[in-house]
Design a protein around this ligand. Structure first.
Ligand SMILES: [Zn+2]
Ligand SMILES: [Zn+2]
Length: 273
């Protein structure tokens, strides 16, 4: 079955390039039955153009859109949560959300936050601060694991985001067993949270990667552990609303998956791939 929904999308309320209405129109053209918005939650420390500043306006517009498009497409209200607010507290889930994605774009040390997502230069700063790729991975995953264990969000976003700039092993040789073993140690820990793992095509859409997050060896482990997955495109514009979904489905089937998750008015259900 073709993927006909996407729960990871951004709009002009944060760092997306289109209005909520334009994104919905694109989803209707793509034949979607539902669309979820997952704007970057207010963090207290990121630049205004990277996060929602008008949270009430965001939820009001989504609620209006939900009513306006009822019968044509189902609109879900969500947020992409950051692991910490103002560098300290965990985010609290806004009761207006139908679902939430938890993502780790940066990790914290005593000197402050380091990003694995912004630019290769920032990634190298994080490497320098931690001292080795293994340490960088440990910092990233410890942040994500504790976040996932403490906050009841639904979906783990782009779980191996630290590989964003590493296509072709540009930054480190991710085929080395020591890196794979370390990643799988944390994947096993994250799987125990019972959350859904996102299969995210966003970095293909942006030209950073040839395959979705997570890497195929992680997908294999997720399949062995019978972890539920969901395909999304982390879309920041109308042109990527369903980008590379066919490829993501093919990859999941190759690994052995036969189903993915879908959000409905009654919560998440499993549907055939
Ligand atoms: Zn993200
Ligand atoms: Zn996102």
């Amino acid at each position: 079955m073709t993927t006909i929904s996407n729960l990871h999308t951004h709009s002009l309320f944060c760092d997306g390039r289109n209005t909520i209405d334009e994104m919905i129109q694109a989803a209707i053209r793509a034949g979607f039955i539902s669309l979820g918005f997952s704007g970057h939650c207010p963090t207290g420390f990121l630049a205004d153009d990277c996060q929602i500043t008008d949270i009430d306006g965001y939820f009001n517009e989504l609620e209006n859109a939900r009513r306006r498009y009822a019968g044509t497409i189902t609109i879900f209200k969500g947020l992409e949560l950051e692991s910490r607010i103002s560098g300290e507290k965990r985010p609290v889930i806004d009761p207006r959300c139908d679902y939430t994605i938890g993502s780790d774009h940066l990790f914290w040390t005593q000197e402050g936050p380091y990003s694995v997502d912004y630019t290769p230069e920032e990634w190298n700063k994080a490497l320098k601060a931690t001292g080795s790729v293994e340490k960088l991975m440990e910092c990233y995953f410890e942040e994500l694991c504790s976040f996932a264990e403490e906050v009841p969000f639904d979906i783990i976003g782009h779980v191996d985001l630290y590989t964003k700039f590493n296509e072709g092993g540009k930054l480190f040789d991710d085929t080395l067993p020591k890196y794979k073993t370390l990643a799988l140690h944390y994947i096993d820990r994250l799987a125990r949270t019972g959350k859904i793992f996102e299969v995210n095509t966003g970095a293909i859409g942006k030209g950073y990667r040839d395959t979705p997050y997570p890497s195929p060896f992680i997908l294999k482990r997720l399949h062995e552990l019978k972890v539920p997955v969901i395909i999304s495109s982390d879309s920041h514009s109308i042109s990527t609303i369903n980008c590379h979904f066919d490829e993501a489905e093919r990859l999941l089937k190759e690994v052995g998956f036969t189903t993915q998750m879908r959000l409905t008015e009654n919560g998440f259900i499993s549907v055939p791939l």
